[in-house]
Ligand binder design. Structure first.
Ligand SMILES: [Zn+2]
Length: 579
């Protein structure tokens, strides 16, 4: 696994980066009071609702809700992943990125060696395609598939010659080099010493990361060997469930991608590009994962999954749909296209040309349509029993949808099909709790004591020192109280942290978006005395609230005769203190 980037380094990076300066390079900002504004780069608008706060080191948009730190901005705007964004900011701040290693030291160095050797191997495979005496059948195969030399070169297509040690002899000049080849997945260790080439007599497709570095290979067999397609194994730099073949090439070729077509194989991607359809990518022999979808949706608002028209294709589409549901929301579109039976994208575009193929893309079935078609095929909605079954089938999926317009529309459609009133569908939401009004004008002092305490801490981390011993809240249990304890402990030991750096601690955690929303809240007061008074007051109310809740809980237990002696004492104390 990749090494972790230490948290202190992220803190340092956030504090060294001027978010205003960073964003201003991409989106010209105007000063407005203490903050800076612009028209939002993440949604279409005429009047600016995108705000950057230099004190919080945080941006957010009142229009579309986009928000984040300098790191988040790079991820969303430049479509980088987290590690890439960290590296970019580190270069700007002139800081070397340290890596916490769990197993071996010097992991980062190892990775850079792996990138180097993988890149060199890719060049070598290309040379073999041009020069090797056995390369002719590879060239013939590519020609038969209709590939021009130009397209092959654009994708860096190469050739691994037959034989057990071609690559090994070309690169394995020292024990250290052999070690790198092994780690990069290019050679395989024999049981009784020695090693041999992983890829033999195959057409080689280099797989790039978003920065254009070679991270692995796919190889298509030329002889009778199995498997037909062989991928690099998981290595420190190659993770199948994350990467998408062709994404780097697509982004290089098309300046502004508007949609992406997801196909199954390397040759599909290349063949579509040969026909000037440059926006196809392929997963690497895995189903589409949530991570794939997140990556793709950072780049385009529209995805089209392309499947073979047979049973296996239908089944793959159902899996893709199930994985896609949690990622769906308004502003994003997913659709499914099914090719005629027996065809794949390669054969189909060869047969009918790009225009017709793109007409099929335009005709693809939207996710919502596919979803209800799939379910109504399993439940006869002409009968009451069937309609009840439809609701049962739909419920677990719809629960995984984010709250929002898209979800409402799906529920409305389910209501129509099942003839059940919306209110009776009772599709709760598993991931989010009751909707809270956040935003410029809507948030008033109606925040609960817990929310107010957390929100104030996020705006003014220095308040944490007034809170006393955090552990006393832990006793009450519950996510809210636990989060508060963590937050207080963090800020009492690191009072200099800015809002942005605090939020980075909860990146990718469920509490993260809760905290980010509270960070957008603006206290209606600013002077220090008032802030301190509000904070202390909210803490007192919170503690009282938690105690009341605990007392109620114990009283319930008492009624059932289940109190331990210790709990009896506790209840006694709680009730006394109330007066
Ligand atoms: Zn916006």
């Amino acid at each position: 696994m990749a090494g972790r980037i230490p948290q202190q380094f992220i803190d340092e990076l956030i504090s060294r980066t001027d978010i205003v300066e960073l964003i201003n390079e991409h989106v010209p900002l105007k000063k407005a009071g203490r903050e800076f504004t612009a028209c939002c780069p993440f949604h279409d608008e005429k009047t600016p609702s995108f705000t950057v706060s230099p004190t919080k080191q945080f941006f957010h948009c009142f229009g579309c809700g986009a928000h984040g730190t300098a790191l988040g901005f790079l991820m969303d705007y430049e479509h980088l992943d987290f590690v890439e964004s960290v590296h970019d900011l580190a270069v700007r701040a002139n800081l070397p990125v340290p890596v916490e290693t769990t197993t071996s030291a010097g992991h980062q160095q190892d990775s850079s060696k792996l990138y180097t050797i993988l890149g060199e191997a890719a060049t070598w495979f290309c040379q073999q395609l041009r020069q090797h005496t056995d390369a002719q059948h590879a060239v013939d195969y590519l020609k038969k598939r209709g590939l021009s030399g130009e397209t092959a070169a654009a994708f860096g297509v190469g050739f691994a010659p037959p034989g057990w040690d071609n690559l090994l002899r070309a690169f394995g000049s020292s024990a250290e080099q052999i070690e790198h080849l092994l780690k990069a997945g290019l050679i395989i260790e024999k049981e009784h010493g020695g090693s041999y080439d992983r890829f033999r007599n195959r057409i080689m497709f280099p797989i790039h990361d978003t920065r254009g570095r070679v991270i692995g290979f796919g190889g298509r067999v030329l002889g009778d060997d199995t498997p037909k397609y062989l991928n690099s194994p998981e290595t420190p730099v190659f993770h199948k469930g994350r990467e998408l073949y062709g994404l780097h090439e697509a982004r290089k070729t098309v300046r502004k991608l508007e949609r992406i077509v997801v196909v199954e194989g390397y040759m599909d991607v290349i063949s579509l590009a040969q026909h000037k359809l440059y926006y196809a990518v392929a997963t690497l022999g895995t189903a589409t994962t949530a991570e794939h979808l997140k990556r793709l949706f950072r780049i385009v608002p529209e995805l089209v999954f392309c499947f073979d028209g047979d049973r296996a294709g239908r089944e793959a589409a159902v899996r893709a749909m199930e994985n896609a549901i949690p990622e769906m929301r308004e502003g994003r579109q997913i659709s499914f296209m099914f090719l005629p039976e027996g065809e794949d994208p390669d054969s189909q575009i060869q047969a009918e040309g790009r225009g017709n193929f793109e007409a099929r893309i335009a005709d693809s079935v939207t996710l919502s349509q596919f979803f209800f078609d799939h379910l109504t095929a399993q439940a006869d909605i002409a009968t009451m029993e069937g309609r009840a079954r439809l609701v049962e089938l739909a419920r677990p999926h719809l629960q995984r949808l984010r709250r929002g317009i898209f979800r409402e529309m799906m529920l409305t459609r389910l209501g129509e099909l099942s003839q059940v009133k919306l209110a009776q569908l009772s599709v709760g939401n598993k991931t989010t709790t009751k909707k809270q009004p956040y935003g410029k004008n809507r948030v008033k002092s109606a925040l609960s004591p817990l929310r107010l305490v957390v929100a104030l801490l996020l705006q003014y981390p220095g308040l944490a020192v007034l809170a006393g011993e955090p552990q006393r809240f832990r006793h009450f249990g519950g996510t809210g109280a636990n989060l508060l304890v963590q937050l207080l402990e963090l800020l009492q030991t690191n009072p200099e942290l800015k809002t942005g750096a605090v939020l980075e601690r909860w990146r990718d955690q469920e509490e993260g978006s809760y905290l980010a929303k509270l960070a957008q809240w603006k206290p209606p007061f600013e002077d220090t005395d008032r802030l301190e008074a509000e904070f202390s007051g909210a803490l007192v109310r919170l503690e009282q609230q938690l105690k009341n809740r605990r007392a109620e809980e114990l009283l319930h237990k008492a009624q059932a005769g289940l109190l331990s002696t210790k709990e009896k004492d506790e209840l006694q104390q709680l009730l006394n203190r109330d007066n």
